[in-house]
Write a protein that binds this ligand. Structure first.
Ligand code: AMP
Length: 547
């Protein structure tokens, strides 16, 4: 017997319809490439998304076609999220921080028909246009007065396109399983792979990620997605904020500590999300300026392991909860969020902090397990580390254009190594390819980095396994010092005894001006290893045979 309830498809336009109808006067504020701050409401955004939808249809965009964006977080990008997916086409967010050849490769692979780009990316578009034969139209996301002078025949102006269109449009009935958005993985090894999200997965992700034990979003929050809209849909915030009717604040391209601080202060931001490097630069600015953000209560930190010292500093110095979360492009991206359970609230502060530094526990809709090298499930005891596997309503099943599924017995192998405890809290010990394998033992590079980051003179640190003739690999610590602070190799290494087993202590420290970062703001271990190609262990550290 069938249930007798309504069946309304779980589709992306319904989120904006809801926000426009029930939170119509709630603001969306954006830093713009043209200069002044832009301010309008969900009702305005809905009207303009409908104008954009009409424009895309007029340009001949059909259901299933890919329309790419090369853009920062802002109101036009937000409108396109809804307009493109709303007509049944696929919003393909391309990471503009990649190399031009990678970008044109991705656009060719996705066979994008239209590319909408922010003003600042005009030189990039000029460089790649000839290598993107599938693109019929390049749309500059600005008005006529700011149009870039590009020698491209099929160049259009976003504001002109919208101005010619009515602001009423009936979203077509869409199958909730149909494709809505596309995002490529960062592809640190080999070519990037496309992850094709469905309307249903995106809706369920938005619902679940808003829950109190996940991001705890509500219509009373002022949400600033600092994580870019090209990095897994800004972790779903452009969908979950309208779902709850939260005010949205988009930082555009101004992502340095000072700009973020000033924007958050002016707009009364209460909640944000970003990678650790962004919160490091905000921390530095707040320390230097003695500025405080009393409205800001919580910030999600994910994309890379957050050093416990950073969490501690935000809590103690600024009264801001830096909340750990873990996810992947393949997971839409939310996998876990760290929210304490009722039974843990009465623990002493030290025990609570030991839990808070973990990556967190999965919300409903995500299931996790860890397995050994033979695929056997490991105990959920908080210390058995193994390959992390995941399944759920918003987890990838196939990559775009690749027949073979990455799943193993219905689970997605994340490539992360982790522990799970009896309460469901997951802790990443490493990315499988970054684990340091020394004499048959595994050393967590994240543990070594976290200890280094607690040193008062260290701004950023990365631990890598360097080839060693006796031990296979040994840990090398690469360190960036804080401006005008000094520390010697010996002082840094003296920080380790008592915090990790003796064999885990790095054998050497290299001081550098800056660490290489990936296009999504994480330390790039691949590039770092390349930079360290000519590194040699100090003579004292060479085994007998090699001397
Ligand atoms: P991406 O698909 O680019 O978002 O990268 C996903 C990968 O980032 C994961 O598989 C992890 O290796 C890493 N990652 C994401 N969040 C965290 C976190 N909170 N702690 C440690 N690693 C993380």
């Amino acid at each position: 017997m069938q249930g007798q309830m309504m069946t309304l498809p779980l589709t992306i336009p319904s989120l904006l319809e809801h926000a426009a109808r029930y939170h119509g006067d709630t603001e969306i504020v954006s830093c713009t490439q043209e200069g002044p701050l832009h301010r309008y409401t969900y009702a305005d955004a809905q009207r303009r998304a409908k104008q954009a939808a009409n424009a895309l249809v007029r340009l001949g965009v059909k259901p299933g076609d890919r329309v790419a964006t090369l853009a920062w977080n802002g109101f036009r990008h937000f409108e396109l999220y809804y307009a493109i997916s709303g007509i049944g086409a696929i919003t393909h967010t391309v990471n503009p921080r990649l190399f031009p050849e990678q970008i044109s490769w991705i656009i060719r692979d996705a066979e994008d028909e239209v590319v909408c780009f922010d003003l600042g990316f005009a030189p990039l578009v000029q460089a790649i246009a000839a290598d993107c034969p599938s693109v019929r139209h390049w749309v500059a996301m600005t008005d006529r007065a700011h149009m870039p002078a590009l020698p491209i025949a099929n160049l259009l102006c976003y504001e002109e396109l919208l101005a010619g269109e009515p602001d009423h449009f009936t979203w077509p009935p869409l199958d909730e399983h149909s494709a809505a958005t596309l995002c490529y993985t960062s592809g640190t090894t080999g070519n990037p792979k496309g992850v094709l999200y469905s309307h249903r997965a995106t809706l369920l992700h938005a619902l679940s990620s808003s829950l109190p034990d996940a991001l705890a979003l509500s219509g009373r929050e002022v949400v600033a997605p600092v994580v870019p809209m090209f990095h897994v849909n800004a972790w779903g915030l452009p969908y979950s904020a309208p779902l709850v009717g939260a005010k949205l604040v988009f930082p555009g391209s101004c992502l340095d500590g000072e700009s973020i601080f000033k924007l958050f202060e002016r707009e009364g931001v209460t909640f944000s999300a970003g990678v650790p490097t962004v919160w490091l630069s905000l921390q530095q600015y707040m320390r230097q300026s003695s500025g405080r953000l009393p409205a800001l209560q919580r910030m999600i930190v994910g994309g890379a392991a957050c050093p416990p010292a950073l969490m501690h500093s935000y809590e103690q110095e600024f009264g801001i909860c830096l909340q750990h979360a873990w996810g992947m492009t393949e997971l839409s991206p939310m996998g876990t969020v760290n929210t304490l359970k009722a039974s843990q609230l009465t623990l002493d502060p030290e025990a609570r902090f030991a839990i808070a530094v973990k990556q967190g526990r999965p919300p409903f809709g995500v299931d996790l397990k860890t397995v050994d090298d033979n695929g056997h499930e490991l105990p959920r005891d908080g210390h058995s580390a193994g390959a992390l596997m995941v399944r759920g309503h918003w987890v990838v099943e196939h990559y775009f254009g690749i027949d073979q599924s990455p799943l193993v017995d219905g689970w997605f192998p994340t490539g992360d190594v982790a522990t799970l405890d009896a309460d469901g809290f997951m802790q990443i010990t490493d990315r499988a390819k970054d684990v340091i394998k020394s004499g048959g033992e595994w050393i967590s590079s994240i543990d070594l980095e976290n200890i280094a980051m607690a040193h008062p003179a260290i701004a950023e640190a990365a631990a890598v396994g360097m080839p060693h003739p006796k031990w296979d690999e040994r840990p090398l610590l690469v360190v960036v010092l804080k401006p005008s602070l000094l520390a010697t190799r010996e002082q840094v290494l003296a920080h380790y005894p008592g915090k990790v087993a003796r064999f885990c202590i790095p054998d050497d420290v290299v001081f550098v001006e800056a660490l290489p970062h990936t296009a999504t703001g994480k330390v790039s271990k691949a590039l770092l290893r390349e930079q360290l190609r000519d590194y040699h262990w100090p003579a004292a550290n060479q085994p007998e045979v090699a001397k």
